[in-house]
Write a protein of this length. Structure first.
Length: 419
């Protein structure tokens, strides 16, 4: 191979390797996030919590996005993509280590603290990885690339409930009447999985820090024009609201999923037997994101998002109006309906931001706090009017998602393109 041909091949090789690194990162924080779906009912039983108290697991996780997204974006601008990802993996590893003392002291407060620190690392990774993937090629295919990366995120999300169900829910009867000894034993089951996760995360951080990836630095070196502002970009602001609504809906669905399927009129399952159905929901995410990668090469992302929101709303209404197998099937299919929402909302929201892309990414990641706000609202409704009816909360969220897809994501001519 001549020197000239090597130079031509080099950018493509670097891009492909960078995508592989990003895919691994997406897998890891997908696994960690989805594990909460099994951890929450596990802690609910150990500490004898009501639904509102149990959903604090999600509040602790997603409040990290509110607190740290904008600082993480500023930090990314100084450090660059690779160092920001290394730092995020390190913080995640430290958070996973905190589960060891939390289980040892049998403290719900320490568990929530560990969850927040773990989520802080995920926040740093999200801020760096999402815009990075959108800039690895043409803007026209940004939604397609991000859907591909998010498919690896969904693989982690799919595996986590089954792995967590096997590790957390095996050998201990998870009931409200657990003895103190049983509670202690159940808490100890959390130690090994999170310790193993911490080791993997810290090793990956070390490996990533040593790689010469030559990642692009456009966002870290760019400076916005004087007078330009995030708030002038309507599609970004509405995109942040859409992300708040989508993540709120997704976490409402997944955080109470196991409890929902244990209801006598719904699935009449044990928590352990319900966990694989949550994996099936995440499998629908994988299928949908891979399909979305192909579909959005020819169909505008906004239109696909609008129809996905319509499908999700229809499924939510169906599960609220039915019982038994139909209710179970419709809530499981929500994984397919939701699949393209996160990456598509993100890609649409940061389109044409130019030098504001890093700050725009931070704004969108702040909106992920919807996952901390909406589940407690649903949890309180579940405590007062019933779990079945409480799914009106994610249903209302999907209404805004479909609006954003069909209407709100369109860029007005007056916005132009940020230089």
């Amino acid at each position: 191979m001549t020197q000239q041909s090597m130079e031509k091949a080099s950018p493509e090789q670097k891009t492909g390797f960078a995508m592989a690194v990003a895919a691994t990162v997406f897998f890891l924080f997908g696994f960690a996030t989805s594990l909460n779906g099994v951890l929450q009912p596990h802690l609910k039983a150990i500490f004898n919590l009501n639904y509102g108290q149990a959903t604090l697991v999600q509040s602790a996780w997603f409040s990290a996005y509110l607190v740290l997204s904008m600082p993480a974006a500023a930090l990314m601008a100084k450090l660059g993509y690779q160092k920001a990802m290394v730092l995020g993996l390190g913080v995640m590893g430290f958070g996973a280590l905190l589960f060891y003392p939390a289980a040892g002291h049998l403290s719900y407060g320490v568990f929530l603290s560990a969850i927040f620190v773990l989520a802080a690392g995920v926040t740093m990774l999200q801020v760096a990885a999402n815009p990075f993937v959108t800039l690895l090629g043409s803007q026209a295919r940004a939604s397609s690339r991000l859907n591909l990366a998010q498919a690896f995120n969904s693989v982690g999300q799919m595996l986590a409930p089954s792995v967590g169900g096997w590790l957390f829910l095996s050998g201990v009867a998870i009931t409200a009447a657990m003895s103190e000894t049983a509670r202690t034993t159940a808490a100890q089951a959390v130690k090994a999985p999170y310790l193993a996760m911490a080791i993997v995360l810290l090793v990956l951080a070390l490996v990533l820090s040593q790689l010469k990836l030559n990642l692009p630095m456009e966002l870290s070196s760019a400076r916005p024009e004087a007078g330009d502002s995030l708030w002038k970009h309507r599609h970004l602001v509405l995109g942040a609201v859409a992300m708040f609504a989508y993540v709120g809906a997704e976490i409402c669905i997944t955080s109470l999923f196991v409890n929902y399927l244990t209801q006598p009129e719904i699935g009449n399952m044990t928590p352990k037997s319900a966990a694989p159905y949550l994996s099936l929901l995440w499998f629908g995410m994988i299928v949908g994101r891979l399909a979305g990668t192909v579909v959005m090469r020819t169909v505008p992302g906004g239109k696909v998002l609008g129809w996905a929101g319509t499908f999700a709303l229809a499924l939510t209404i169906t599960t609220m109006m039915t019982t038994g197998a139909v209710a179970v099937g419709s809530i499981v299919l929500l994984g397919l309906a939701e699949s393209i929402m996160f990456p598509t909302i993100f890609a649409l929201a940061v389109t044409n931001l130019g030098t504001l892309t890093a700050k725009g990414s931070g704004m969108i990641n702040v909106a992920i706090v919807g996952g901390a706000v909406m589940p407690p609202i649903q949890g309180m409704l579940a405590d007062h009017i019933g779990l079945h009816v409480s799914y009106i909360v994610p249903g209302l969220c999907y209404v805004f998602v479909l609006y954003y897809g069909f209407i709100g994501s369109k860029i007005r001519a007056t916005e132009g393109i940020a230089s």
